[in-house]
Design a protein around this ligand. Structure first.
Ligand code: NI
Length: 176
């Protein structure tokens, strides 16, 4: 079921989400199905449970090769629950981000270039990957939602924040 996505200004987006305690439950599978439906409907690259008003540490993300976004790196479809992120080193890079909770906008956000992420899938199996580039950026963006952080809070220079259609005329863009 497609669920409404909360937009910036809603206090629920600023809360710290709680860990999932039971895996492979009908409730968890129903939540993930709603998250997938909502993300697909809005053509997003990722979605965190708090964005649909559920305060649990659950994120999904994934980017398939799409002719509309020739520059977007592919990211495997992933369910990540109770994540733990560990940067591989101190190197950061700036990149443009959008968010389904901040529709129509883009901002330049610093993120770790490479990081390890650990957590669980819906069945409770361990997930453990070390990634870089766009994949690493999407994970950091989604996991920030679990701590009540929206990407505009991380923009270093607000001169690099604006409307997508003004910043990138004629270009469709992914939103996380
Ligand atoms: Ni987002």
């Amino acid at each position: 079921m497609i669920r409404p996505v909360l937009r910036m200004g809603d206090p629920r987006l600023l809360e710290r989400a709680k860990p999932v305690e039971s895996f492979d439950t009908p409730e968890l599978h129903a939540l993930l199905a709603d998250m997938r439906d909502t993300m697909t409907h809005l053509d997003g690259a990722g979605l965190a449970a708090p964005q649909i008003g559920v305060g649990l540490r659950v994120v999904i993300f994934g980017v398939q090769r799409n002719p509309r976004y020739p520059d977007a790196e592919e990211v495997p479809d992933t369910v990540l629950i109770n994540p733990r992120l560990t940067p591989v080193d101190a190197e950061m890079e700036e990149g443009w981000e959008g968010c389904l909770s901040v529709p129509g906008m883009r901002g330049l956000v610093p993120r770790h270039c490479r990081l390890r992420y650990e957590g669980f899938d819906a069945a409770g199996n361990r997930v453990d990957r070390t990634v870089g580039g766009f994949h690493a950026r999407v994970v950091q963006h989604e996991c920030d939602h679990l701590d009540g952080i929206l990407y505009p809070m991380r923009i270093r220079d607000l001169a690099n924040f604006g409307y997508t259609e003004v910043l990138f005329p004629g270009q469709p863009a992914l939103a996380e």
